[in-house]
Design a protein around this ligand. Sequence first.
Ligand SMILES: Cc1cc2nc3c(=O)[nH]c(=O)nc-3n(C[C@H](O)[C@H](O)[C@H](O)COP(=O)(O)O)c2cc1C
Length: 400
Amino acid sequence: MHPTDALRGTRSKALEGKRIALGITGSIAAVECFELARELIRHGAQVHAVLSEDAAKLVTPWAMEFATGNPVIEVIDGMVQHVSMLGDTEGKADLLLIAPSTANTISKIACGIDDTPVTTMATTAIGSHTPVIVAPAMHLAMYQNPFVKRNLEALTSAGVELVGPRIEGKKAKVAENDEIVARVIRRIGRRDLVGRKVLVIGGSSEEPIDEMRVITNRGTGATGVQLALAAFHRGAEVELWMGRCQVPIPGFLGAKRFATVADLLRLVKAEKEHDIVIVPAALGDYAPQASKGKILSGRKDLDLTLLPLPKVLEALRPKAKVLVGFKAEHGLEEKELVARAKRKLDSVPLEMVVANDLRSVGLDITRALIVTPKRETVRFEGRKSELADRVLDQVLQLKG
Ligand SMILES: Cc1cc2nc3c(=O)[nH]c(=O)nc-3n(C[C@H](O)[C@H](O)[C@H](O)COP(=O)(O)O)c2cc1C
């Protein structure tokens, strides 16, 4: 057993059973490839690195052999590796990912030239209708070259997916590894939410006391991020609206931010219908009348009158075919937690409620009870990313 096998599937099973040919070309961004291959493997994939001659000057074949646990393809020889890997044959790879891709390789592929191991793989993959994802990386001047632009367009019109680049200063940088991995999962993963519009509202609301201080809560935003990511992985058209958040939000999810419940209600008002709306957000139930400036410190006491805030789920009801709410409580017996979740299910009404105990907030492992419209209770314990997939599985069962 190669040490890499111990890594496979430790993050998720999203790419379990998938074979990915990873084409690497002569961009300095090739140094990111070791970690990219490892991340794909952590999601369950088998990865086969294919190096151009120039890529092999920047990353060593041994490093990629170690990273993937598979032999590296540096030449196409009598074993016709392009045919067995990506030709119209049984057991071919599920995807050709070229990351990073130089201007040179992009332009050759667009012209049907295949004089390197990577371009030969690309010509074969496109001809055998195997999915191809290309992550361009180059100097901005190269990216702005009209021939390179035209060749990128030619790739897109042939069904090749582009991820990135990120324009920063004078560089068209390769996309971040987390975006590349998410796009790979979206392209060859479960794809059971393709064509569905999913809105996730996560994070905590912040209600101002004065212009400096706020009332908020201990929600981290992590469940919202994981739900949006899971829906993205499964092919949905995802929107993420995020309040105060203590975990990183992947840039490619393009989150809209809100602070107060009133801000959120404005977003809801302007919104059209979504197929599925999931609301793990920890929203305030009460808010003070905000004071102007900063309330002076040093007072003997200070009374704040809190007034009830409108219920966002009720405003969302007409905008959602399926509406999933979360019920967070603290220190309740399971029976009482379920009873409260059921009351919430009926009162809005909702299609599903995920009830959790706030004692698990901030922890990696979370515990939750998913209450379905048939009054069944599904118990869950695991990572937040797994909870996100479980909630989406339950939603898909609803739509049955
Ligand atoms: C250190 C170094 C970094 C390079 N980075 C890039 C790059 O990011 N993008 C690019 O298009 N070319 C880059 N080049 C130029 C390519 O390596 C060159 O065009 C080469 O012919 C590409 O061959 P390949 O596409 O078969 O790998 C770089 C060259 C060197 C020496």
